[in-house]
Design a protein around this ligand. Structure first.
Ligand code: BT5
Length: 332
């Protein structure tokens, strides 16, 4: 007999194998060594998780549809990664996935661990700003990276995540995603995602990075009424159709693993052309706030390390490593 925690998984597996056809209660009960009441209780558990299961007094049970949830049972069997997300921590609700990933990091969790939630009650952006994380509408994900990086280059990992998402938005969903330096993902002038990178380091190298990403997926315009610093959007608003979050998450993790492997083995400069191609600010006049300082100029190019070269009106140039782009000429 199977343990109670895994019984509903086995039932789900059997229902999935039948691809929408009925499986009799007697067959399920016989295979799993349970009474028919035991089977029914597990069906109730699956239903409470969002699985649409029809029952028929004579025919038994059939799986009508899967929930668009980011449950381990829905993600892990499909996910073709070697290290990213293999250790997958799922929460229907959590304060912040980054906080949980930081705690996991301190407890020795492996490289590539992922924390994913359907809802965050204290999702955060940079400088403790709030990240609105409405239930079941977005992707709220944090990943733990243990590959040591020179501290001053750790921000490059943020770009790799941003680029991976932009490539998925373009390649899979036909949406013109772009990066607003350094950590926003835009579609046109609107923000569809944001990234928050936190780290612990020794003097020269990172000990670990926790990179959190929030993506607006199935939000309506009303869900994103704000007020926000920049106008917001979602994949569904831009496409006019809802998007299966499960598929988006899997595609993103697979893309990211491959991009991160390339980044780590061949260096950031491999991605420079992508960064320039998908940058939402190059060639534009921008305002950057960095601490108390405000810098204005034209975003000219990136250095091979990923710093932004800002051209001032007097002809001088400056490399900027951190900051917040508060204005892009002609947009917000
Ligand atoms: C960011 O910060 O854009 C980084 C957001 C990172 C969120 C992820 S979700 C998973 C992980 N766990 C966490 O707790 N956080 C990470 P920043 O550039 O500081 O932008 C924050 C600002 O964006 C806010 O002050 C709002 O104005 C705006 N904002 C908040 N929620 C938004 C949303 N859902 N869509 C668009 N803009 C939003």
């Amino acid at each position: 007999m199977s343990s109670p925690a895994s019984t509903h998984r086995l039932i789900l597996k059997m229902l999935k194998e039948k691809q929408g056809a009925y499986v009799s209660g007697a067959l399920l009960a016989g295979r799993l060594g349970l009474t028919r009441t035991g089977i029914w209780k597990n069906i109730r558990t699956l239903r409470s998780m969002g699985y649409d299961i029809q029952s028929h007094p004579k025919e038994g049970y059939r799986l009508v549809s899967l929930p668009d949830l980011l449950l381990p049972d829905e993600i892990l069997p499909e996910l073709k990664t070697a290290w990213l997300g293999r250790s997958y921590h799922y929460f229907p609700q959590i304060g912040s996935t980054n906080d949980h990933a930081l705690a996991l990091a301190a407890a020795g969790a492996p490289h590539g661990s992922a924390v994913c939630a359907e809802e965050q009650t204290s999702g955060r952006g940079r400088l403790r700003r709030e990240w609105i994380s409405s239930p079941r509408l977005g992707i709220y994900l944090s990943i733990l990276l243990r590959t040591p990086l020179p501290v001053q280059e750790a921000f490059q990992a943020t770009y790799i995540l941003a680029l991976s998402l932009v490539k998925v938005l373009r390649g899979k969903y036909g949406l013109p995603g772009a990066i607003k330096w350094p950590n926003d993902i835009l579609i046109g002038p609107r923000k569809v995602g944001g990234i928050l990178t936190e780290m612990q380091s020794d003097q020269d190298f990172t000990r670990f990075l926790v990179i959190g990403i929030g993506i607006n997926v199935n939000h309506t315009k009303e869900d994103l009424a704000g007020p926000f610093r920049y106008p917001a959007t979602s994949l569904a608003i831009e496409r006019g159709d809802p998007v299966a979050r499960r598929e988006l998450l899997i595609t993103f993790l697979e893309r990211l693993e491959s991009d991160y492997d390339t980044f780590y083995s061949r260096g950031f400069s491999t991605f420079l052309a992508d960064l320039e191609q998908f940058s939402g600010i190059l060639g534009k006049y921008i305002t950057i706030v960095s601490g108390k300082e405000e810098k204005r100029g034209k975003a000219l190019r990136f250095t091979p390390e990923g710093a932004l070269i800002l051209g001032r009106d007097d002809g001088t140039e400056e490399a900027v490593w951190v900051g917040d782009v508060t204005r892009v000429e002609g947009t917000f």
